[in-house]
Design a protein around this ligand. Structure first.
Ligand SMILES: [Zn+2]
Length: 319
């Protein structure tokens, strides 16, 4: 039985993920590996919504080889995607996947755990403690069901595989010769995001706290203010490369680009709220203010919900 809260999340997620998924032929999942360094490889996800062609795969997967085995960040949005990640890992090393980090609770980032576990049942899966408890609860099952349905069963998911180890802000996790530093600064893209530094490589994986070229969900556990704060927090540090949850990697300009989007939504909605406009009245004005972003994938699909989310956040702060 769904609680009112989780039902609302499901409805919002289904609505924004695209309920009317168009039937397409099942894809082969032949997304290539990109080599970033001796230690780090990446599989860039496509921007399409989950469907039979991408079998739920649409996020950026990071593969780190350590002296103790392979570590994967966000192994895809389905069991099938996780199996693809395993086959890509096997193409670069004979060593097993020993650990997985999940950046947050959205299923396009963690449903691949199941595919990894089929080959490597001993792999440790890390996630923020809120992500762990949400995934273990109804939210985990809702994501599994939704992605199986949107992909017409080609996602191949059978069970929820939640993290088995919790991580917190500031944790330093050593795996073989490599250290991973965890950042969490409160509610941002969700209330359970982690960003992961690959220590010594000057690389930061931001998960969906930073996105590049693709808009995504901002729901009840999101905070525009908190997401801005998380980007400001991480901007005080300096990395050679930032890998977002979706879209191309790059330098600090990626942080600045997404920060400016969030800031413009917040600032414009706040000004119009003070003028007494309702959220539906604001939408065209906010869209005008965001013209630089209109070519980002998902702009038309998400912008209305982002305005509503920012409106509710500002309204709640006013009381
Ligand atoms: Zn997300």
């Amino acid at each position: 039985m769904l609680t009112k809260f989780t039902s609302r999340i499901l409805v919002a997620a289904i609505g924004s993920m695209g309920l009317s998924a168009v039937s397409v032929e099942a894809g082969e999942l032949d997304y290539p590996l990109t080599r970033l360094s001796d230690k780090i490889h990446l599989i860039y996800g496509p921007f399409a919504l989950p469907d039979a062609r991408n079998r739920g795969f649409r996020n950026n997967v990071v593969i780190v080889t350590t002296s103790a085995g392979v570590v994967v960040f966000d192994p895809g949005g389905s069991a099938a995607a996780g199996e693809m990640v395993v086959s890509r890992v096997k193409s670069i090393t004979d060593t097993p996947i020993v650990a997985v980090f999940n950046s947050h609770v959205h299923g396009d980032h963690w449903l691949g755990n199941e595919g990894v576990k089929r080959s490597y049942p001993k792999a440790v899966i890390y996630g923020h403690h809120v992500m762990k408890s949400k995934t273990e609860g109804p939210v985990g099952e809702q994501w599994l069901t939704m992605i199986n349905r949107l992909t017409e069963g080609t996602a191949g998911g059978k069970i929820v595989v939640a993290p088995n180890v919790s991580v917190e802000n500031g944790d330093l996790i050593t795996i073989g010769d490599t250290e991973f530093r965890i950042f969490h600064s409160g509610s941002a893209h969700t209330d359970n995001d982690i960003m992961i530094e690959i220590v010594g490589e000057h690389v930061l994986f931001t998960g969906d706290v930073v996105r590049n070229g693709l808009f995504g969900l901002m729901e009840e556990d999101s905070s525009f203010k908190g997401n801005l704060a998380a980007i400001d927090f991480i901007s005080k540090k300096s990395y050679k490369l930032y890998i977002p949850g979706h879209g191309s990697s790059g330098g600090k300009e990626i942080l600045n680009g997404y920060r400016e989007y969030l800031h413009t939504v917040r600032e414009t909605v706040e000004a119009l709220y003070e003028e007494g406009l309702a959220d539906y009245e604001m939408k065209p004005k906010v869209i005008d203010a965001l013209s630089v972003y209109k070519d980002w994938s998902g702009f038309d699909l998400r912008v209305g919900s982002h305005v509503s989310r920012a409106y509710l956040e500002i309204e709640a702060e006013a009381f």
